[in-house]
Design a protein around this ligand. Structure first.
Ligand code: ADP
Ligand code: MG
Length: 355
């Protein structure tokens, strides 16, 4: 697909590894006061100025995490950055720097790297983060992108997965399931294309969910909103793997249980309509879909009034004692279904107790 685009593609060998790095990174200049020294030395230098440092890394591998058949490289670069900034936001820290590791086979010309870096640059501008380093190497198979993100926060305001208490409210930003339904549409159109390359893909009307899948955003805005409301979450995690699995992580780390109300899970109209079209229960998209990059947090019950009508936050459940386990309260009934990493258990344990 890359080879056909233009007759004048440049093999990486023409620039060499160092030439490629220079070519790709000349677009970046430093914006953050905490970035003391950026690209070009043996290591970057950062200044924390009394704050704590949050640092996280994620690897995206072609064929495992993305398919270049339908994920444009520019979007992929953007999304790779966003996935990391989301992890920093989930610590209630402010992202400031990233490092970018790339391994690519020689089927990737310089222009493919440029496209990827356009997306990375776009994300860095949007979120105000600096690229302060990275590594570039060749690979024998596909493309691998590894991004490391660094953020800062005051010790008292950083949030771990482990601070939730029984009776805390379970609160979610935004809506869920869109990225998963967007992926279903992309995969459907891609398989149609593989069978008949002359067929035009039918993507019209799916804008919101396609954007949720291809160009998601990290909720770096939430920290300021919580500060404004005077809320310090007791625990927080980002929803990268599906709501059910994130709730189980919070439960595990905080040693508590949860009741999640199916009817409270916020979902966009288009997500629900598309799930219907695919004969899928939309709750499955929310509970086991992933890649929505919203934030899931617990807050003290005394903060209820501060958050109850806020457009960015939805209360979707509450924490319980660990012995009560993690259960989904099914829509339209009070029946309980055990939450599992894949979603929920179809076989009900109506008592709702761990046995
Ligand atoms: P070293 O041999 O010390 O690892 P490199 O030649 O790999 O140095 O890198 C030179 C500089 O370019 C370093 O500052 C490094 O962090 C940066 N760099 C290398 N690859 C990338 C990349 N893909 N994106 C951004 N910066 C990079
Ligand atoms: Mg290196």
């Amino acid at each position: 697909m890359l080879e056909d685009k233009s007759p004048q593609l440049t093999p990486v060998s023409e620039l060499g590894e160092f030439g490629l790095i220079k070519h790709l990174t000349k677009r970046f200049s430093l914006q953050q006061p905490s970035s003391i020294l950026g690209i070009g030395d043996d290591a970057a230098l950062l200044s924390a100025e009394g704050r704590e440092i949050a640092i996280t890394t994620d690897i995206l591998a072609e064929g495992v995490h993305f398919n270049l058949g339908y994920a444009p490289l520019k979007h992929l670069g953007y999304k790779a950055v966003v996935a990391n900034l989301s992890d920093i936001a989930a610590m209630n820290a402010v992202p400031a720097q990233i490092l970018v590791g790339i391994a690519a086979s020689n089927r990737f010309p310089v222009e493919a790297f440029e496209e990827l870096y356009e997306g990375i640059e776009h994300a860095c501008k949007h979120y105000g983060v600096d690229v302060v380093g990275g590594d570039t190497t060749s690979s024998h198979s596909g493309l691998v992108i590894s991004i490391t993100a660094i953020g800062y926060g005051e010790k008292e305001s950083l949030t771990k997965r482990s601070g939730a208490q029984p009776n805390d409210l379970l609160v979610l930003t935004g809506d869920l399931g869109g990225a998963y339904m967007g992926l279903q549409v992309l995969e459907r159109e891609h398989s149609v294309f593989l069978v008949n390359p002359n067929m035009q893909p039918e993507m019209e009307g799916y804008d919101y969910i396609l954007q949720r899948q291809l160009k998601p955003e990290a909720r770096t805005d939430i920290r300021a909103k919580l500060q404004e409301l005077g809320i310090q979450p007791t625990a927080m995690i980002d929803v990268s793997d599906g709501l059910a699995s994130e709730i189980l992580h919070l439960a595990d780390q905080s040693k508590i249980g949860f009741r999640l109300y199916e009817e409270k899970i916020p979902m966009d109209e288009l997500t629900i309509m598309t799930a219907d079209e695919f004969n899928l229960n939309p709750s499955i998209a929310a509970l086991s879909g992933g890649e929505d990059y919203e934030l899931l947090m617990t807050i003290a019950p005394s903060d209820y009034d501060k958050i109850k009508n806020h457009p960015d936050f939805t209360i979707i459940g509450h924490a319980t004692e660990a012995s009560e386990g993690c259960y989904l309260v099914l829509r339209g009934s009070n029946e309980l279904s055990k939450l599992t990493a894949q979603g929920w258990d179809a076989f009900l344990n109506k008592k709702g107790k761990e046995d």
